[in-house]
Design a protein around this ligand. Structure first.
Ligand code: 6PG
Length: 234
């Protein structure tokens, strides 16, 4: 597994550098991207909408999510709403290219429906869908997507998607499994802020409690892993 570190000075520069990275991947080929929620992706979407509105052929990109909160699409906690507000409403993208997780539905039904939508539209390798790019964040507790430390079994699940439960709020989520995330061609972490330094360092150095963090187990089977961050590991 090839791991590449991209270190920028500020979260805004991380977002700009990552937006540039996406623009190069998206160069006029049909790709499937799984998005993340979170504060850093939010500034990435702002950067894409402002600097690449006309430079990227959005008609070629199909957007999915790595995870979604089980809330309606107009709820402030919805990852879909955040992406809509910061990107989709500002670019020319066909509605059929947006494959949102229906957070308003019964999680037991939506977890199957979303998996079927992915299986139908995203090519498979090794028996699982292959995303061209999966964008991830790193939670303060070391979670990624919605795979939390007390649900490490979702990393190796043989399903495409699973229902997760936020360990503090009890909020239900739909998440891609680690199996599908690790099947991607490109996996990128967006990690900014001093509050992430300790976990980020432990994961990269395989030190401290790294084995208890779900993000530790994100390791592409046949792809590349890139970290975009403003954190210097000294
Ligand atoms: C979510 C995200 C989650 C996020 C991390 C980091 O739905 O909450 O997918 O995995 O990426 O919690 O979030 P921040 O970048 O806001 O710290």
């Amino acid at each position: 597994m090839e791991t590449t570190l991209h270190i920028s000075d500020t979260p805004q520069q991380v977002a700009a550098d990552f937006a540039s990275f996406i623009s190069k991947i998206a160069e006029n080929r049909a790709i499937n991207i799984a998005l993340s929620g979170g504060s850093t992706p939010e500034i990435v979407f702002d950067s894409l909408a402002s600097d690449y509105k006309d430079q990227i052929n959005w008609r070629k990109i199909h957007f999915y999510w790595g995870d979604e909160r089980c809330v309606p699409p107009d709820n402030e906690e919805s990852n879909y709403k955040m992406t809509n507000d910061h990107l989709f409403n500002l670019i020319n993208i066909p509605k059929e290219n947006i494959h949102r997780i229906k957070g308003e539905s019964d999680p037991k039904i939506e977890v199957q429906r979303y998996a079927q939508e992915i299986a139908k539209n995203v090519r498979s390798e090794n028996g699982f869908p292959v995303f061209d790019l999966v964008i991830l964040g790193l939670g303060d507790d070391g979670h990624t997507a919605s795979i939390f430390p007390d649900q490490l079994n979702l990393i190796d699940s043989t399903e495409i998607t699973e229902i997760a439960i936020h360990p503090v709020t009890g909020q239900k989520r739909i998440t891609l499994t680690g199996t599908v995330i690790n099947n991607a061609k490109l996996i990128t972490f967006l990690v900014t802020g001093a509050n992430k330094k300790a976990k980020f360092t432990e994961i990269l150095r395989k030190s401290g409690d790294w084995e208890s963090y779900p993000a530790t187990y994100i390791s592409p089977t046949n792809g590349e892993l890139h970290w975009f961050t403003d954190i210097e590991i000294n």
